[in-house]
Design a protein around this ligand. Structure first.
Ligand SMILES: *Cc1c(COP(=O)(O)O)cnc(C)c1O
Length: 482
């Protein structure tokens, strides 16, 4: 055994010399021309283990994790937690998976058609005119969007637009993108309900503004009901309205953001179109734009040609490539499979379910965890620990740790920053009422335990292999190996 969980510690025992996972009777002797001085003189110091040792080690570690395949995952501002296995089968079809990236258009007609049709469907749902599927994620889409803004103003000869306006409720990637692109970020305070204050906005925009980056629904899960007035103010200042559409699953099929006066928006396939999230694997994002930004889109684009589809090297004003070829096409195939599985009306139901589920959780918990806002929320709700908990020194962190003992991944905590002790819960459209009821019961149980015996909750998690961490030490002296 190489890994055992004892006393909260993962300990690696020494490997057993001579043990092997694989025996080769006639090992190939490679005859590489490596100069003698660079050749290894002693064997590498690798653990010597049997196949069982290794398989069991990693399988055991994988089971110590919470995952969407094993647990309800109420993280907020994250949306998709549903990855249909059917998508994987579609992406694995040889015609897609074995296609060489440099294949001639005539040999790639199926993939080109898929990209063309996926683009058309996304444009239809978003109410936009054109789209690039090249970016690898949401943040990369933001980066691409601001490159488009730069190219657009350069083309118009407007050189002084050096500022990006970002509300204080925005996802951290918005100001990060603006800084990376060399813009100055102008922060504006949100109203207490998390919405943008139109008067504040007007005071902060002008001839130096390139764009406003606005998240809809905003990060406290509320619809930006003033968006038309916002769009008007932004356009009056000659700037662009960028919509952070990471949470499009709350609107899809019900609202077309393009009708609200925006100039561009990004989509996250791992948040709205059922592709797997995180893990460092390939991802996909997109930027959908209105007509005036089309000439600047990344290339290649796919266009309809005589008898089929062709890749198009676009306009001379294109910003070029932001990712090789057409982006992560395997991920796009998965999104397309999901897209074909649902009609436009069903997308509307998906959005409605995401909103109903979040409001159900909020309504069932609001007596113990007061919501940040009395309004109906959209796809996620923001709660806080009640006074009976805070008066006993209990915090949001304790609630999150208590949930782990009850078999639930923690919600997003301490975000959005504008809410003190925020607990942000996004059940998503795909969870059943039974699962939500179990989660609600766990949240209520955490409250009751905390109020009855605060120290007990402060000691949570008690059943996990790693108990409560010293957060300060973990940040200052991270122990990244053992
Ligand atoms: C997730 C998210 C992003 C960033 O998207 P990634 O795909 O994680 O890079 C941006 N804005 C909002 C509101 C988000 O929720």
């Amino acid at each position: 055994m190489i890994c055992s969980v004892t006393d909260n510690k993962l300990s690696i025992e020494k490997s057993d010399p001579g043990r092997r996972g694989l025996y080769c009777k006639n090992p190939l002797r490679a005859k590489a021309n490596v100069p003698a001085a660079l050749r290894r003189r002693s064997p590498p110091r690798l653990p010597e283990l049997s196949e069982f040792d290794v398989v069991r080690h990693y399988t055991r570690l994988s089971r110590l994790n919470f995952s969407v395949d094993t647990h309800f995952y109420p993280l907020g501002s994250c949306t998709m937690k549903y990855n249909p296995r059917f998508n994987e089968e579609a992406a694995a079809l040889e015609g897609f998976s074995a296609l060489h990236p440099l294949a001639h258009d005539t040999c790639a007609q199926g993939t080109l058609e898929l990209l063309h049709d996926l683009s058309a469907r996304l444009n239809e749902l978003a109410g936009m005119d054109a789209i690039t599927l090249q970016p690898a994620a949401g943040a990369h889409s933001e980066f691409t969007g601001l490159l488009l803004a730069k190219a657009y103003f350069e083309d118009k000869g407007e050189k002084g637009r050096s500022e990006i306006v970002v509300p204080d409720s925005a996802h951290g990637t918005n100001p990060a993108t603006a800084s990376m692109m060399g813009f100055t970020t102008v922060n504006i305070a949100s109203r207490p309900d998390g919405r943008l204050d139109v008067e504040q906005l007007k005071a902060h925009i002008g001839p130096k503004t390139a764009a406003l980056m606005l998240t809809v629904p905003n990060t406290v899960g509320i619809f930006e009901s003033n968006i038309e007035a916002i769009a008007e103010a932004v356009h009056e200042a000659g700037a662009l309205l960028y919509l952070d559409g990471a949470n499009f699953n709350a609107l899809i099929g019900l609202v077309k953001p393009g009708d609200l006066g925006i100039d561009m928006m990004h989509l996250n396939f791992h948040k709205t179109f059922s592709t797997p999230h995180g893990g460092g694997g390939p991802g996909a994002g997109a930027i959908a734009v209105k007509k005036h930004l089309i000439p600047f889109l990344p290339v290649p684009l796919v266009r309809k040609a005589a008898g089929g589809y062709a890749s198009d090297s676009g306009d001379a004003r294109s910003i070029g490539k932001v990712k090789a070829f057409f982006g992560n096409t395997g991920v796009l195939v998965k999104a397309y499979a999901y897209m074909l599985a649902h009609s436009a009306e069903e997308f509307g139901e998906i959005a409605a379910c995401s909103v109903i589920n979040a409001n159900y959780v909020a309504a069932k918990l609001k007596d113990l965890y007061p919501p940040y806002s009395d309004e109906y929320c959209m796809h996620e709700c923001v709660l806080t620990p009640g006074r009976d908990m805070t008066s006993k020194g209990l915090k949001t962190l304790d609630v999150a740790k208590g949930l782990l003992d009850r078999g639930f991944h923690a919600p997003t905590i301490y975000f959005p920053l504008i809410v003190r002790e925020a607990i942000m819960i996004e059940p998503t459209e795909t969870e059943s009422k039974e699962t939500l009821d179990e989660f609600i019961a766990a949240m209520r149980n955490v409250h009751d335990e905390g109020v009855a015996d605060p120290q007990k909750l402060k000691d949570a998690p008690r059943t996990m292999p790693v108990k409560r961490l010293d957060e300060v030490q973990a940040a200052r002296q991270p122990n990244l190996r053992w």
